[in-house]
Design a protein around this ligand. Structure first.
Ligand code: UGA
Length: 458
């Protein structure tokens, strides 16, 4: 099929390159001439593992191209995907869908033969109806169907998420649109990807309900981690112990500094607002947002407590700044809240992140950026791990302990085995494992010994 993608951002690029990979002929349109110019010569505007190669392969095979000219690309297409941003409106947290409306208007004027207009951007329930009304008002004669097809792409593994999805969700209001969407995704459903076909409003809600549920799961395990610290339990084993129950599932049960990123915080806010507007407030979602916001303050208190009650005048090495590993994305990263508060409390911060430092530098002007984890840790009073990059998991902890002034590692992602950290000579403080309970343990303290059940389980 001939497919046009409007928006060469994260979702548009991944969707376009993956649809080209499955055999379709794809044109990606963006009004940003610099971005399109860069893409034409293989320069990616975002960091996503495998994307550059996929774009170069599919473009080289003649199935993927880029343009700033929307009208001809829409006129030629069987399906046009709307992949533009829907950021929260600063005034009220509602998703700002003015970009989607504007693109719908532009598409309307260019439509020729029957065309699917597919919304992939995350949009509030009812946006498909609005898109349809905008197009219909401009072009009463046009033959088109508006479809909702939400994306479930995690940054860092977006290509795998697209090509081997847990499910594909399609919301349609007429049968021929459903049939065409099934044909479009046939290369993936043939390999076993389940296709959920429903009405448009349901598809729109599925996206928000999925993201909010995952964020609830994370919030829940973070609260359980707090309880673990008080009762001498181990949250890593609690996650494993409950996650093996197939009704619960093991994923998204890693305790940490709270969820961030460009999606969960924004989508929960938008869902909350929609629910409030309809008189059915989602209290579980509202609570999770509040608990997640408070989480950053808890992390600051944890760091200060581990540092002996004050960070004033102390040098902290921070490992990882991005909201999660394998991305350079700093949006709603925990580091953006935690680090300024530590600096306000008198800490001097040296940070290192494998990919996020360029984006982080302007957002964290008082943080010195280091060239490696070791150089950040040299002479430091403590190291604080905020993002669980693989590069950090491979660090030689004995060597790390050796370069620090005080061998204290505060691990907000439970990346390390407490026994190994202790053997390396580090005082190790992590999440939900009771290793920073009142009465600070001495350096070299064998943390695993605090939790005999952990020893029995591992
Ligand atoms: C999320 C969803 O996972 C995707 O399915 C969805 O398509 C995407 O949002 C979107 O709406 O576009 P993403 O924001 O890339 O993807 O990141 P996740 O991997 O979901 O992580 C979100 C946050 O939760 C991160 O800060 C991460 O560190 C945190 N997290 C995740 C935990 O703290 N614990 C976990 O067990 C898992």
């Amino acid at each position: 099929m001939r497919i046009t993608i409007v928006g060469a951002g994260y979702v548009g690029l991944v969707t376009g390159a993956c649809l080209a990979e499955t055999g379709h002929e794809v044109v990606i349109v963006d009004r940003d001439a610099e971005r399109i110019g860069g893409l034409k010569i293989g320069r990616m505007p975002i960091y996503e593992a495998g994307l550059e190669r996929l774009v170069s392969n599919t473009a080289g095979a003649g199935r993927l191209s880029f343009t700033t000219d929307l009208a001809p690309a829409v006129a030629d297409a069987d399906a046009v995907f709307i992949c533009v941003g829907t950021p929260p409106r600063p005034a009220d947290g509602h998703a700002d869908i003015s970009g989607v409306h504007a693109v719908a208007g532009e598409i309307a004027t260019a439509l020729c033969a029957f065309t699917l207009v597919v919304t992939k951007s995350t949009v509030p329930v009812g946006t498909g109806d609005e898109v349809e009304a905008i197009i219909r008002a401009r072009r009463p004669d046009a033959d088109f169907a508006v479809v909702s097809n939400p994306e479930f792409l995690r940054e860092g593994v977006a290509i795998a998420d697209f090509l081997a999805p847990d499910r594909i969700v399609v919301g349609v209001e007429e049968e021929r649109a459903g049939a065409l969407m099934a044909a479009l995704y046939a290369p993936l459903t043939a390999k076993g990807a389940p296709l959920v076909v429903t009405n448009r409003r349901t598809a729109e809600l599925i996206k928000y309900a999925a993201n909010s549920f995952l964020a609830l799961k994370i919030t829940y395990i973070n609260e359980i981690a707090n309880l673990c610290e008080e009762v001498g339990a181990d949250v890593v084993d609690v996650s494993r112990g409950i996650g093996l129950d197939s009704r619960i599932g093991a994923k998204f049960l890693k305790a940490g500094p709270g969820f961030g990123g460009s999606c969960f915080p924004k989508d929960m806010l938008a869902l909350m607002k929609t629910a409030q507007d309809h008189g059915v407030p989602l209290r579980s979602v509202e609570t999770a947002v509040a608990v997640n916001d408070a989480r950053k303050g808890e992390m600051v208190r944890k760091i200060v407590r581990a540092a002996g009650g004050s960070v004033a005048g102390k040098t902290l090495a921070v490992l990882g700044l991005t909201f999660k590993p394998d991305t350079d994305d700093m949006r709603s990263a925990a580091s953006l809240v935690i680090l300024p508060r530590l600096i306000k409390a008198g800490a001097v911060i040296r940070a290192y992140d494998p990919a996020g430092m360029a984006n982080a530098a302007p957002l964290l002007p008082d943080v010195a950026m280091a060239t490696s984890a070791f150089s950040a840790c040299e002479g430091a009073d403590a190291a604080v791990l905020i993002t669980e990059w693989d590069e950090f998991a491979r660090l030689d902890l004995s060597q790390l302990a050796g370069v620090m002034k005080t061998p204290l590692l505060i691990d907000l992602r439970n990346l390390f085995d407490p026994a190994i950290a202790a053997r390396a000579g580090l005082r190790y403080v992590s999440i939900g494992r009771g290793d920073d309970a009142a009465g600070l343990p001495p350096a070299g303290f064998e943390t695993a010994a605090r939790s005999p059940r952990r020893l029995a389980l591992s």
